[in-house]
Design a protein around this ligand. Structure first.
Ligand SMILES: Nc1ncnc2c1ncn2[C@@H]1O[C@H](COP(=O)(O)OP(=O)(O)O)[C@@H](O)[C@H]1O
Ligand SMILES: N[C@@H](CCOP(=O)(O)O)C(=O)O
Length: 350
């Protein structure tokens, strides 16, 4: 038997003004192991989850986001199924639907899984193409795949055809996948859909994730965004984003420069009503009244709050949790490192 161990970090996307552009990879992981039989070439997949964060996730390999992604990549590369009988075990520490990139991590894991079991030798760039056929914004998947503080953009791409979709609730995904099953026309990604740059991030900076104990589907949090924006709001974000890309990499982070650069007028204002306490949290904390704090924003599509800080991590987390508490929102928090390494796949014969 050959054992593959895939680790994919959680991500926090947007970082305020960088909607669908910026992502940070965090020290919280999705781990997928694949035990591949050397004797059984039947292609049977058994799928099991260990630990928390699995409620309601499908175990049918064609409906599960990790294995359906892997099957899509394998099918694009000439396999109708897994090449050999494979036992897939998932241990997911990334909470689902909280704005910490669980779906992006699942997609990245699926692509790495296919690459491993099919011995496809895909380059990182090509793996990103596959990820972007499934998750339609590059910020989470680029950061999860390559690691660190990552800026990315996406070229226009035709995604019609037989492709799984990550930005869907489970029921929607199942409807799409039934339609895809009837459509045997598998859609190969174009080359070089996504482009990215890893930016500097001071090792002093940690990410405090304050995680409300309710789920907010990314699809729902995207459905509330307007189709058009006023020029002044777009300029507001562009100005801040340009500064933020460099400000986080300074050896000695400048709290007020970062704090102001993490303001946003493109997505957070429209998502306020989805996260009780968010308006108060964004207004209340700043580097003067909260020593150690650099900036505060919605993590991804929410409901998690991301605080970047260089000190007083637990104290800051407790203060943010107290605001949620006043809004009757139960929370947990984690103080996470920003990790420079992205997704990995290790192989060991067993
Ligand atoms: N480890 C996983 N295995 C299978 N499906 C997953 C996994 N992680 C996430 N998903 C799918 O992605 C959905 C959450 O995606 P999304 O709403 O984008 O939230 P998030 O902000 O966590 O990425 C889950 O409801 C589930 O359908
Ligand atoms: N840019 C996207 C990011 C979604 O991230 P997630 O972690 O909530 O899936 C958005 O803001 O919609």
């Amino acid at each position: 038997m050959v054992l593959y161990t895939i680790n994919v970090p959680a991500t926090s996307a947007n970082i305020g003004p960088g909607f669908d552009v910026m992502g940070l990879s965090l020290s919280l992981y999705l781990t997928v192991t694949a035990q591949v039989s050397e004797t059984d070439s039947s292609g049977t997949i058994t799928l099991a989850y260990e630990g928390e964060n699995q409620s309601g996730l499908p175990l049918d390999p064609r409906r599960n986001l990790i294995t359906s992604t892997a099957l899509y990549v394998l099918e694009c590369n000439g396999f109708n199924e897994f090449p050999r009988a494979t036992r897939v075990t998932v241990n997911n520490r990334i909470p689902l639907g909280r704005g910490l990139g669980s779906s992006g991590a699942a997609v990245v894991a699926g692509v790495l899984l296919a690459n491993a079991v099919g011995q496809l030798n895909l380059t990182q760039q090509r793996m990103l193409d596959y990820c972007l056929m499934i998750e339609h914004h590059p910020d989470n998947v680029a950061a999860a795949l390559v690691g660190g503080f990552v800026a990315s953009y996406l070229v226009d791409v035709d995604r019609s055809g037989n492709i799984p979709a990550s930005e869907a609730d489970q029921a929607q995904r199942e409807r799409e996948q039934s339609a895809q099953a009837a459509d045997s026309n598998i859609k190969l990604p174009q080359e070089n859909i996504g482009h990215f740059l890893q930016l500097g991030c001071s090792p002093l900076i940690k990410a405090i994730a304050i995680i409300p104990q309710f789920e907010l589907a990314t699809s729902k949090a995207r459905s509330v965004l307007p189709g058009q924006y006023e020029t002044k709001d777009v300029v507001f974000n562009l100005q801040r984003l340009a500064v933020l890309t460099t400000a986080l990499g300074r050896e000695k982070p400048d709290p007020w420069l970062i704090y102001r650069a993490m303001a946003d007028k493109v997505h957070q204002p429209y998502r306020m009503h989805l996260v009780p306490g968010l308006p108060e949290i964004l207004k209340t904390f700043d580097p003067d009244n909260t020593p150690g704090l650099l900036g505060v924003c919605l993590s991804g599509a929410g409901p998690t709050i991301l605080v970047l800080a260089i000190d007083n991590f637990d104290k800051i987390a407790a203060q943010v949790c107290a605001v949620f508490d006043r809004h009757s929102v139960e929370t947990k928090y984690q103080v996470l490192d920003i990790v420079s390494e992205g997704a990995t796949c290790q192989v060991s014969p067993k």
